[in-house]
Design a protein around this ligand. Sequence first.
Ligand SMILES: Nc1nc2c(ncn2[C@@H]2O[C@H](COP(=O)(O)OP(=O)(O)OP(=O)(O)O)[C@@H](O)[C@H]2O)c(=O)[nH]1
Ligand SMILES: [Mg+2]
Length: 284
Amino acid sequence: MNIQWFPGHMTKALRMMEENVKIVDAVGYVLDARAPLSCFNPSFQSLIGNKPCVFILNKCDLADDGKIAIWRNYFRAQNQPFASVTATMSAEAGKIASLFEQATQNLKDKLRSKGVFKPIRFMIIGVPNCGKSTLINCLSGKKALITGDKPGVTKGKQWVRLSSGLELLDTPGTLWPKFDNETVASRLCFIGSVKDDVVDVCEVANSLLEQLCQLYPELLERRYKTQCRDKKVNELFDEIAVRRGFLLKGGEIDRERCAKAILDDFRKGKIGKITFDLPPEIIQ
Ligand SMILES: Nc1nc2c(ncn2[C@@H]2O[C@H](COP(=O)(O)OP(=O)(O)OP(=O)(O)O)[C@@H](O)[C@H]2O)c(=O)[nH]1
Ligand SMILES: [Mg+2]
């Protein structure tokens, strides 16, 4: 799968983040719970440096609870501040706020003992579309930031001040210039971190069917009322297209329409609660 999507605003965004990381106290790293490993951006390592970092597994309403628990244990074993959330639910605000508070409590105490009462600042980072702006809105209880179900919604930086005094810097979602790993690339496409316009959606949908058939065959079979384990992926694709009536004049399969429908089913959670990635040392 050939993906090249590193538009100018992402280069600019990374530069802005490099400048602004100097004035923040900590980083909030948002990962999509459906593909947390694929969401680790190699460019972020040097950016974070030694700053305290909290990890937020977001979109848990769409993800596999069993695998979320494995990720929780993974972060816990590394003593890494972590929360699994659904940022679209306002009731999650307390959980996220206490994660941020706890992670910076020592720093706050240290500053206070020196008579410094400056606000604690977090920079929120993550790949496009993982829910950074939604998470900040959830915390602030307001729709301060624009969100949207496509990547590249946030284009510049924006500070949001919470009533607790915490200051959050929203950043544009960024990817990296070259993808060495096909699986990572495909999963970033599934979760909508890569714009559909820059990829072959039929190839993405086929890869989605292939991976779902391997990891979640029952869910796939239930959704499309068919067997997937005894078929080639292109046969399965065609069968879904015919069943759903995605046909052009003359009876030819409307591949693009079918691909988009399959991707849409996955993204809306209609196939089920799915997580592709496990932590690095766990092999599926
Ligand atoms: N189902 C579900 N959808 C979510 C959740 N969090 C965010 N979303 C949706 O995901 C889409 C992307 O959210 P944004 O907050 O715009 O994502 P972002 O990371 O700021 O994206 P960029 O600004 O493009 O980098 C929106 O349609 C949100 O409503 C969640 O926990 N569950
Ligand atoms: Mg955003």
